[in-house]
Design a binder for this molecule. Structure first.
Ligand code: HEC
Length: 125
């Protein structure tokens, strides 16, 4: 037992600080959210993408994951908490939904850490 502890000590010390940044965490969550990755249906940056083309009653059709990089937080949040037709249900926490939203909007200057957008939108839910 002692030996194991000695072996583990450096690992434990290294993990004392924050392991990965919030940004890295959100990027990972987007690709691996306890289910299939959002990018498979919504594109790497939430820009939307065609998931499959198929023929139905002799007409060509596409099954599309809509763009999700143009939604306000409230719409985004709601969409992840209701039953959808084709999209899997994820049961994400509020923090996870927030992180995903920030990930998709990382190149824009929205301030969510200050809770302004979040509290305003959750009040009107
Ligand atoms: C299997 C494909 C698939 C995956 C994986 C997926 N989605 Fe979706 N998503 C869809 C489809 C299709 C819709 C359109 C509504 C419907 O038919 O379900 C949608 C709708 C949405 C909407 C609402 C869009 C709007 O305009 O209201 C949001 C937000 C969203 N998805 C976010 C996510 C996030 C975040 C993830 C990862 C946690 C994710 N989706 C994973 C297929 C997917």
């Amino acid at each position: 037992m002692k030996q194991i502890l000695i072996l583990l000590t450096p690992v434990l010390l290294m993990s004392g600080g924050s392991f990965i940044t919030q940004k890295e965490y959100a990027a990972q969550l987007y690709k691996n959210p306890r289910g299939i990755g959002c990018q498979l249906c919504h594109g790497e940056k939430g820009e939307g993408r065609v998931i499959a083309n198929y023929v139905h009653k002799k007409k060509e059709k596409s099954f599309v994951g809509p763009a999700i990089n143009n939604l306000d937080f409230q719409t985004f949040y709601k969409a992840l908490n209701v039953r959808k037709n084709a999209m899997p249900r994820y049961f994400l926490t509020d923090e996870e939904i927030e992180a995903l939203y920030l990930h998709i909007h990382q190149n824009e200057s929205i301030k969510m850490g200050e809770e302004e957008n979040v509290s305003r939108s959750s009040k009107s839910l």
